[in-house]
Design a binder for this molecule. Structure first.
Ligand SMILES: Cc1cc2nc3c(=O)[nH]c(=O)nc-3n(C[C@H](O)[C@H](O)[C@H](O)COP(=O)(O)OP(=O)(O)OC[C@H]3O[C@@H](n4cnc5c(N)ncnc54)[C@H](O)[C@@H]3O)c2cc1C
Length: 475
């Protein structure tokens, strides 16, 4: 596991060839924050109780839960829409909301509320027989649904707006964030902050301790294709992928409901950490090159199943970059043995899903102790990662402490930068789980605000009860 302070992360980026311009824009003015005098001269974009940075479902759900409790909330998103990987990167699959035996419902809240809203638009299908592809939805309809959720709940949206730098008060308390958008630079003041940027942008710029898990899951550029033939693709890739320099080892996807459009997640870019500007640029270009290579390969060797490329994502699908050191790290054993926590704020049943960074394929580890090494076009290799136990766990949990950073009393993280070891993270990272982390962060920040206390001093019992009252299942 590699630890990164902000300075070390920048040093690594420089050694890795980060462009001077990109580095300059990432460099801290002083200890990672904008000087008070500079910030004072900036126009005020707004004053809020809670400011959420990053508007994936994680960020939007955090904002909506806090707003429903009565907080004045802003959500800042750099893309033109909300939804993050689920919309901008085209990933349109949510996993099961039940335990592994499909007996106990473990997830509800805004996840199921959003699914019910999508159903009214014929924009989601449910497959109860497949926990790994439980909901397939239309990412474009989800964009509109999230707009409506934000507006209906009086959350103030900032789209096309990049969070740039934090602003500290004289006493060192996080007091605001500098944003950049069409209107220039401005300041948002707030009492509490939630970093839901996926890449820990706020935490990194605050100089908080971050780390790579040691098994960095590779990013993937997805694509929309017409009349896709998955079987033909896997066979052709196995036979001819090397000729087109297409890395072998991973295919995932699903049809958009009521369309002939297939979302293919069939590329992978090794050795790039997309929290580093230059890695992100190179990954975007390499991801699109691989999509073109896939199309060329299919035209040459499988012309009968050749298809049309109809859409590319507005940003590459990022599985993992950095994790923030919090009050507790979810260990691999916690997830693999389904440890229960008194301060659990989320339960998940998605298999532990290790996208190898150093070899083709994926290893799935299941809570019943079995595992499966899977590589497209090759038979799976089944085995056990532990001996049989009298009773297997049917879900794992995430404690509240793993989304509360060790410093800054008015800051939480939500999303894939949570504090989790590599194998635990490989399962926790999926969206139905991230959605719950967002809701928990929104509720906890509201409770801290209402009592004017640090987020670390909010009672987990209160968080769990308030989440339940708002529609979440909290076990
Ligand atoms: C190819 C691929 C396939 C996957 N398949 C599945 C699947 O089938 N099912 C599943 O559930 N999960 C899947 N995952 C995992 C899942 O999508 C991610 O783990 C999850 O989306 C992480 O959510 P997040 O909110 O933490 O991050 P993100 O979805 O990345 O959201 C971060 C948000 O913050 C915004 N942001 C970032 N920096 C800034 C900034 N400085 N200022 C303002 N805004 C900012 C981004 O634009 C984005 O909207 C997949 C991931 C990938 C990449």
């Amino acid at each position: 596991m590699k630890n990164y302070s902000r300075r070390r992360f920048i040093n690594r980026a420089v050694k890795g060839g980060m462009a001077i311009g990109a580095m300059a824009s990432a460099m801290p003015l002083s200890a990672g924050c904008v000087a008070e005098s500079t910030a004072k001269n900036l126009p005020l974009a707004g004053e809020f109780d809670i400011c959420v940075l990053g508007g994936s479902c994680t960020g939007v759900f955090a904002a909506v839960r806090a707003a429903r409790l009565g907080a004045k909330v802003a959500v800042v998103e750099k893309q033109n829409c909300f939804g993050g990987v689920a919309t901008s990167s085209l990933v349109n699959i949510w996993h099961s909301i039940y335990d592994t035996e499909h007996k106990i419902q473990i997830i509800a809240g805004l996840t199921t509320e959003t699914v019910e809203r999508l159903k009214k638009r014929n924009a989601v299908v449910t497959n109860e027989n497949n926990p790994n592809s439980y909901y397939r939805f239309n990412s474009q309809e989800l964009k509109i649904e999230l707009d409506e959720l934000v507006v209906e709940n009086n959350v103030t949206p900032f789209l096309h707006t990049l969070f740039s730098e934090p602003r500290l008060d004289a006493d060192g308390r996080l007091a605001g964030v500098i944003i950049d958008n069409k209107s220039g630079r401005s300041l948002i003041r707030a009492k509490y902050f939630i970093d839901a940027t996926g890449d820990a942008d706020l935490c990194l710029r605050l100089g908080l301790e971050t780390y790579e898990s040691g098994m960095l899951q590779p990013p993937t550029t997805c694509a929309h294709l017409e009349n896709w033939d998955s079987a033909a693709f896997s066979a052709t890739l196995k036979a001819h992928g090397a000729e087109f320099n297409i890395p072998d080892g991973f295919v995932w996807g699903g049809n958009l409901p009521s369309t002939k459009t297939y979302m293919l997640a069939g590329t992978r870019i090794y050795g790039r950490n997309c929290a580093i500007a230059d890695d992100l640029t190179q990954a975007e270009i390499e991801g699109r090159r691989q999509i073109r290579a896939i199309m060329d390969m299919m035209r040459k060797y499988s012309p009968e199943s050749a298809t049309a490329l109809t859409a590319l994502p507005s940003y590459i699908g990022i599985r993992e970059t950095l994790h923030v050191k919090c009050l507790y790290q979810v260990s691999d054993e916690d997830a693999m043995y389904g440890k229960r926590f008194d301060d659990a704020i989320a339960s998940g049943s998605y298999r532990l899903d290790l996208h190898h960074h150093d070899k083709p394929g994926i290893t799935f580890k299941y809570l019943d102790g079995t595992e499966d090494y899977s590589r497209p076009g090759y038979p799976g290799v089944k085995g056990r990662w532990r001996p049989e136990m009298p009773v297997d766990p049917t879900f794992y949990q995430v404690p509240l402490r793993s989304i509360i950073p060790q410093k800054h009393s008015n800051l939480m993280v939500a999303g894939r930068m949570l504090d989790a070891a590599a194998i635990a993270f490989s399962g926790i990272r999926v969206m139905v789980n991230m959605n719950q982390l967002g809701e928990a962060a929104g509720v906890t920040s509201y409770l801290a605000l209402s009592k004017n206390i640090p987020v670390s001093r909010v009672s987990a019992k209160d968080v769990r009860e308030t989440m339940r009252r708002g529609g979440s299942i909290v076990i």
